[in-house]
Design a protein around this ligand. Sequence first.
Ligand code: ATR
Length: 287
Amino acid sequence: MAITGKTKVCGVIGDPIEHTLSPAMHNAAFEALNLDYVFLAFKVKSAGVADAVNGMRALNIRGLNVTMPHKSTVINHLDRVDLSAQIVNSVNTILNKESLLFGFNTDGVGALKALRENGIEPKGRKVLLLGAGGAARAIAYTMAKEADELVVLNRTLKQAHDLAKLLQKAVNKKIVAGSLSPSDIEQNLQDSDILINATSVGMKPNIDESPVKSKLLRSNLAILDIVYNPLETKLSIDAKSAGAKVVSGVEMLIYQGAASFEVWTGKPAPVHVMRQAALNHLKKEQK
Ligand code: ATR
């Protein structure tokens, strides 16, 4: 598509940013819907976050995704932040509406949509979430609202406790916290229906690692592993062998991107186009 004086600009800020999938996904989506938008990646160091956000206003950039390590610090520079992003202290999407900057977090809805579109419903279920970092916090808030029970286990126990306390107050439900120890995992997995790995265990280059022993996995468990590089993690391979239903981390990535797309354009995202672009990009990167 030709870029003109009317083309709206979107992008992603982060550091590192070279391997981001977002330009591939969003440019394919803009093209598929014939929208006059373009999406770029900007490497922004921590010291440059304020300038980048002010630059967004000055240059009339329509939308930004925000990735590591700026999801929390960016909040100080926005005009409005929606409740879920405030609660989890993390923004991954900014909308510039007539120079007012609005912050959202689409990670939680992305995870929820990835589960639901794959036939997994957290309502009435027990969810076991591993991790308490940026992505885990957003997913935890969504699951705390949707699921019957939520358990959060994290390597650093204090993070899990702090998150559980915060969520308990926000949703008025009992949220259990624990460590990522084999015994806490085993004990909590027994009666869980859905397991979500939001730690980085199993991510390239540590592809032989899994946060859960394979013998604990079973066929009546649904699993979302948010790690998408490699496309098939050890956890997802073990889970499939055990007969469990597995949702790939790429699905969450696509649906969080789709939600951002809808914030910026006001149009339903062409999810299948975004999926194909993301998978093509990942396959190329993995060669
Ligand atoms: P993201 O934005 O992807 O969520 P993050 O905020 O750095 O990234 O969170 C990473 C998560 O993976 C955290 O829950 C982290 O646990 P700690 O809070 O203890 O750091 C978890 N994590 C990372 N490496 C891990 C490892 N080797 N073993 C267990 N947990 C790990």
